[in-house]
Ligand binder design. Sequence first.
Ligand code: SAM
Length: 480
Amino acid sequence: MCEEFESLIIKYLRDASIYTEDECVWEIIEKEPFGRCLIAKRDIQANELILYDKPLLIGPRVNNYDKIFCVCCYKILTKLTLCTAKCKFPICHDCASSKQHKKECELIKSWGLKDEPRYSKHLFRALTVIRGLLLSKDDTKLMFMMASHENSSQQNLEVEKIINEFESLTADCVTIRTLKKISSVLNTNAFEVGIAFNDSGPEHNISLRGLYPLAAVMNHNCVPNIRYAYEKNSIMAVRASKFIPKGEQIFNSYTKFLWGTQQRRVHLAYSKNFLCECQRCLDPTELGSYIAALKCIRPGCKSVMLPNDPLVVTSMWECRECNLKLDHARISKISDIFSKQIFQKILNEPISAINHYLKEKLSNILPSSNQFTIEVKLQIILRMKQDPNYVMTLEDYEDVERYCNDVLFIIDRLAVGECYVKGLLYHELLTAKMKLVELRNQGFDNDTRKYFAEMLQKCWLILGNTTKEPKDLKSLIKNF
Ligand SMILES: C[S@@+](CC[C@H](N)C(=O)[O-])C[C@H]1O[C@@H](n2cnc3c(N)ncnc32)[C@H](O)[C@@H]1O
């Protein structure tokens, strides 16, 4: 099974000119409880390329987009224009007569649309799955050899929702059954793919879902040893974020690694059908990062509370110093309150109000390592520079410098190596430090220049030539 799967993948990558045997550093083996795993065939150094992969399928995600975009080139449509051949898909003038669209359009129409042509968000959301019906024989075989959890409750909803739109589709017909199988493969394996446009018209990003057959073999660990990025034509490049010894498993993270154990495990159980039991999940301190820790509520106690058994959702939480215990229900309530207050209220406020909330309120009630504090700091770092109406003061740059260092400290504790968030933080830290040198009229001495040059080099290694490369990175490197 593994050998056949591996040789199909190799053929697929060779055909796309993104595989050579001499440079291959991975192999696929089978191992419980993971199923297939990607293993390092030799020692892999930090930042070294592990693999390139190309999407078997790519298209809209199953979520609400705030802008409508062309289903072929993904450029935003300032005015909703549907395909004139009446397949209901939004399409731009340039792509309307393309070969790719013609095939999809004809397939959709062959099912007999019931209503007048109008935009259908359900059809738009099901398009990536529908594209699975148009794959070549070899690609279809590869797709159906990928892992899938067909019986999970959340799967296939996007397929259910289009049945009523067509004359010839019924809940039990072959097409719908095949679409459901494709949807299960996508839901088990798909990656979120960011596409950035800045060549024409207003700058924008679109997030799609893509099925990358080799990258999907990477299993999950809450301490991943890779980072991935997208290059031209949605080619994915996976690199080692730290040294990976020969024989070790190459791990991705399917969740946000800056979430606490309970949030990560619930997300994995719900979306990927397994419960993670990695070293970080087993450790109440999460490798000394204390990312889920809460301040002890006993008056006068300065310590933190952590779960006694992080693998048990209903575990008691206990203070590390005074041993005060709180049950799971109270801890969940505290987390819910912070989550609602921060995500539904505070983060919708102006940037100065968010920073004030962090300094005056959150810092007093949550440890500086806590995931909510980290999230607010990250939002401040990103939004201060993104908001065109916000003029940053010297104090703001000092805050950004401090917040970047705080988050980088936690990331180092988590031992995820040179990940993308780190690359973005290096860039923000450098920009803030440069501005501070300028505002304080300090000038750049040799040591400062050397420091900047080294940081820029680290930043380039992570972000250079990816869709996340900051616009000013090349010019900054030239100057140092
Ligand atoms: C994208 S696939 C990964 C490749 C898969 N192992 C295979 O055989 O093709 C995701 C699935 O792999 C399994 N898996 C991944 N990481 C795991 C982990 N840390 N523990 C247990 N199962 C895991 C789960 O079944 C999950 O839904």
